[in-house]
Design a protein around this ligand. Structure first.
Ligand code: FEO
Length: 402
């Protein structure tokens, strides 16, 4: 049975939710599920903005067919060719023989790679930067947004209702629990962590491209943002645009310390607890401690995007970095983490080398400040290393006031 919601009297959300999928992209845990958004505009012509993931095709098609109410679908706008938004292209082409696919020069080669022989020239319209397509009262205008999140990505601006169909940009993990609009949720309390984890892990690498897109879109009068995942925004757009600006500049959101530790037998954890307690005693109260062996790396990355200061603590392992910490450092580099203040703790019973190796990897990132002293623990914290931890807490507290 159909399950749709109106965005405006002529624009209908025809997407769906998946709460069964454990890992988005087979990588990222999504305990709250995910929505695949698609939007249908009814005018003299009908236009669908993107399709949906294969997991929800049945629901999606019911929604589209119900909303069309017997009318043909004239245009399918393909803002993004990643399969979580493209699974129903072939089905729609079969059902609507006059349907035209609208994309840009980079869209159609990708369709050919995913779905060979599906598309013929007579069924495509290739649009260029800023071009428009009239549906009647509605006019769609197309702008490229390369690498937000793939090279072919474009966003579509509907001029009469001032709606931006923003592709992956401004999206979030999390199924829509009946709600559609961001003004129907408690954003800060219930959704911001999922928005941040989605942004930092999915788009985080492409901060420069996101900044370029934000600049390009700043000239448009945008009243509504319709992303491909998560709620639709029709109020307080500055809140979301502000977050995107902060994240894409790799600026910390908060003066806060996130402490990440790997610990085989509890001794490195003990060092981190001592440091965290000393921080609290020094007046730093925005503190979060994570065991990286049991914290998904996507959650750690999200916290690094939030916090101004991070502590990396790990044992030496195979004469190098403890694997879970190494994994986090690889992700930090891949996602272009920068502009953070870092403190280091290493453990090693006979030849501690972890700290030196972690320092070298942090040094490869842009504009990172490493605080001294790096603390070395020999098996377990003793009076000397405890004193060093207290010194380090003072350094962190001091630098948070700068
Ligand atoms: Fe939601 Fe880049 O796909």
């Amino acid at each position: 049975m159909y399950c749709t919601r109106k965005v405006t009297p002529t624009v209908t959300w025809v997407g769906g939710n998946d709460r069964r999928l454990a890992l988005f992209e087979n990588l990222f845990p999504i305990p709250r599920g995910v929505s695949y958004n698609s939007y249908l505009i009814l005018d003299d012509k009908t236009a669908l903005l993107d399709t949906a993931d294969a997991a929800i095709t049945r629901q999606f098609l019911e929604n589209v067919l119900h909303t069309l109410d017997g009318r043909p679908l004239d245009y399918l706008i393909i803002n993004h060719m990643e399969p979580d938004h493209c699974a129903a292209i072939a089905e729609l082409m079969l059902r609507f023989p006059s349907l035209k696919l609208v994309g840009n020069a980079k869209t159609f080669p990708l369709i050919g790679q995913f779905y060979p022989d599906l598309v013929t020239e007579d069924r495509t319209i290739t649009v260029k930067e800023g071009e428009t397509l009239s549906l009647g009262a509605h006019t769609l205008q197309f702008f490229s947004a390369p690498m937000v999140h793939w090279p072919e990505v474009m966003v579509t601006y509907e001029q009469s209702e001032k709606i931006l169909f923003s592709a992956d940009a401004f999206g979030s993990f999390g199924a829509l629990d009946g709600i559609l609009f961001a003004d129907e949720i408690n954003f800060e309390r219930d959704w911001l962590p999922d928005y941040r984890r989605y942004y930092s892990n999915i788009v985080g690498k492409y901060g420069v491209q996101v900044q370029n897109a934000l600049k390009k879109l700043s000239g448009l009068d945008i009243q509504v943002i319709c992303p491909l995942h998560g709620p639709v925004w029709r109020r307080d757009l500055d809140v979301l645009l502000g977050k995107y600006d902060t994240w894409s500049r790799y600026a910390p959101e908060e003066k806060a310390v996130a402490l990440f530790y790997g610990s085989m037998y509890g001794d490195t954890e003990n060092a981190v607890n001592i440091l965290a307690s000393a921080l609290a005693e020094a007046g730093v109260h925005n503190i979060a401690v994570y065991d990286i062996s049991s914290t998904h790396v996507s959650q750690a990355i999200s916290e690094i995007f939030r916090c101004s200061h991070i502590v990396l603590a790990a044992p030496t392992y195979n004469n190098g970095i403890y694997p879970a910490m190494l994994n986090l450092l690889h992700d930090m580099k891949a996602l272009c983490v920068q502009n953070r203040t870092v403190a280091l703790i290493e453990n090693g019973s006979w030849a501690p080398t972890c700290g030196k190796n972690v320092r070298a990897m942090v040094d490869e990132l842009k504009n990172m400040t490493i605080l001294e002293p790096m603390v070395t623990v020999r098996s377990s914290v003793n009076a000397t290393s405890r004193e060093a931890l207290e010194q380090l807490a003072q350094q962190i507290a001091q630098s948070m006031q700068d």
